[in-house]
Design a protein around this ligand. Structure first.
Ligand SMILES: Cc1cc2nc3c(=O)[nH]c(=O)nc-3n(C[C@H](O)[C@H](O)[C@H](O)COP(=O)(O)O)c2cc1C
Length: 172
């Protein structure tokens, strides 16, 4: 089964996960900016990874429009991994019918542009004012404005195991 890992990344976390996955699954990896629908049609399966902004998976709409034959999605955000965050992202990105994995990345605040840094500070202020905060809100108040790296190669294990299992079933 010819597979490719395609990703979109601004500060490097999603790119790192894409490369780890490609190594484990023994397939190619490519930045979404360097791939066309025509290129993609040559692959039986696409593993797409995008970073999360406001719960949306960046680049997912673009990859969907390219009509991949089979799509597996992963998302990288700064929120700690939990069933709650996974469900929120799945729902907000209409991923109910696709295999979906969430990996904790981090924050490279210094790599973000000045307007984005200002916007994040404003978001932090407004979330801090909320009376009833979700787990994600609590995390945002604590972590926004700092830099940290919570990524870990071991987090990709469920995706790799899914990949290995479904590739075996496919060839049987
Ligand atoms: C404007 C903005 C909005 C963000 N929104 C979220 C979010 O809703 N949930 C989350 O978990 N992380 C959020 N993040 C954090 C990024 O998803 C996180 O830093 C991710 O690791 C970046 O991946 P990258 O290094 O591949 O660009 C946001 C970051 C920025 C800059």
């Amino acid at each position: 089964m010819k597979t490719i890992v395609v990703y979109q990344s601004t500060t490097g976390f999603t790119e790192q996960y894409a490369k780890w996955i490609a190594e484990e699954c023994n397939c190619e990896t490519r930045n979404i900016k360097k791939i066309s629908g025509n290129d993609l049609s040559q692959y039986d399966r696409v593993i797409y990874g995008g970073w999360i902004m406001g719960n949306l998976i960046i680049g997912l709409d673009k990859i969907m429009k390219m009509n991949p034959k089979e799509l597996v999605v992963f998302a990288v955000g700064s929120s700690p991994a939990s069933e709650e965050i996974k469900d929120i992202i799945k729902e907000q990105n209409h991923l109910e019918s696709l295999p979906f994995f969430y990996f904790e990345g981090g924050f490279r605040f210094e790599k973000l542009s000045f307007p984005i840094r200002m916007m994040l500070k404003a978001i932090k202020k407004s979330v801090a004012k909320k009376k009833e905060k979700t787990e994600q809100d609590e995390f945002m108040v604590e972590a926004l404005g700092t830099s940290f790296d919570h990524s870990d190669r071991k987090f990709i294990e469920p995706l790799v195991s899914f990949f290995t299992h479904s590739s075996t079933s496919f060839s049987e």
